[in-house]
Design a binder for this molecule. Structure first.
Ligand SMILES: CC1=C(/C=C/C(C)=C/C=C/C(C)=C/C=O)C(C)(C)CCC1
Length: 299
């Protein structure tokens, strides 16, 4: 995993360099292409993961599992239509935990389970609000188009400061109580500085896409492939893509149909993020189960 992180730094700087040569509009389009390709791919094999998590001895039939999955997606989508503000808050909170868990689970912090989970949540929230605070005008605009709620730049700044203080506090606690954390804390601080540079220099969507693809989807794909097939090789990558392809295609067709039917602005942020949110809820739960099954001895 460590070697992979060095590669991720290189990718991030390539992303930064692209920012300097691509006009903003193309940056947004390229950002969405990355989100729809690698981003959606990393969430397309949840059915296969459920199979492996339950040791192939799933008591429920495939149809039942997929029905529960689709019902969760539809419930989230309905929440977005009727109570968008609540849906948005839940989406951000869920995503924060999911991002934090993906980044830290392999580091096996040897502390109490709930301390670890609280840290994952605060870390993920910090990354999201770092992106938001450095691109607050764009975030405010998109949130207004999704939920009709107008938030001020000050509210984002205050939330960011509170989350940063919480992250500092819990990091100090972990430095004192976890040897593994102490060993990686400086490197992790450096990664956060890299994220801050990327988020500051890029547009909101490009900054989000770089984080989501490079720092979340790539490591998640690596861990999912490892979990499913026991190793990460060209053969297992191809096998994973083959299995994911039908689900990915269905998602893309569904998303573009929704955009075609309901989209009334040039970039239909509302539909895109509501769609990502709806599929994120069940995906985050499946990945949580995957990590529980893949427990390291000191977790
Ligand atoms: C970037 C961004 C947002 C948040 C996106 C999030 C939180 C995405 C999470 C995606 C996940 C967790 C995918 C699954 O793996 C807002 C607030 C909607 C609007 C402004 C732009």
């Amino acid at each position: 995993m460590n070697k992979i992180y060095n590669l991720l730094i290189v990718f991030s700087f390539i992303g930064l360099w692209l920012t300097s040569i691509i006009p903003d509009t193309y940056e947004v389009i390229l950002g969405f292409i990355l989100i729809f390709s690698f981003g959606m791919l990393h969430g397309s094999n949840d059915m296969l993961l459920i199979d492996v998590i339950s040791n192939k001895k799933r008591t429920q039939s495939f149809l039942k599992v997929i029905a529960i999955y689709i019902a969760t997606v539809l419930a989230a989508a309905t929440l977005f239509i009727f109570i968008p503000a609540l849906a948005l808050v839940l989406f951000i909170l869920f995503s924060a935990y999911h991002f934090g868990e993906q980044h830290w689970e392999s580091k096996s912090l040897n502390v109490l389970k709930w301390h670890k989970q609280l840290f994952y949540f605060i870390y993920g929230l910090f990354v999201l609000f770092l992106l938001f605070v450095l691109n607050s005008l764009e975030v405010i605009q998109i949130i207004k188009s999704i939920s009709n709620i107008v938030i001020g730049t000050n509210a984002i700044l205050i939330a960011f400061c509170i989350i940063a203080a919480a992250l500092l506090g819990i990091s100090l606690y972990l430095t004192a109580h976890s040897v593994t954390f102490k060993l990686v804390v400086l490197k992790e601080f450096f990664y956060l500085v890299v994220f801050a540079i990327v988020f500051k220099v890029s547009t909101l969507i490009w900054g989000f896409a770089l984080y989501f693809i490079i720092w979340h989807s790539f490591p998640s794909l690596y861990e999912q492939i490892h979990f499913i097939y026991g190793r990460f090789t060209k053969k297992t990558i191809i096998a994973y893509i083959k299995k994911a392809l039908p689900y990915w295609l269905v998602s893309i067709v569904a998303l573009f149909s929704l955009i075609y039917i309901f989209g009334d602005t040039t970039i239909p942020y509302g539909i895109i993020f509501a769609f990502i949110a709806a599929v994120t809820f069940p995906h985050a739960l499946v990945i949580k189960k995957m990590f529980e099954k893949h427990k390291t001895p000191n977790s």
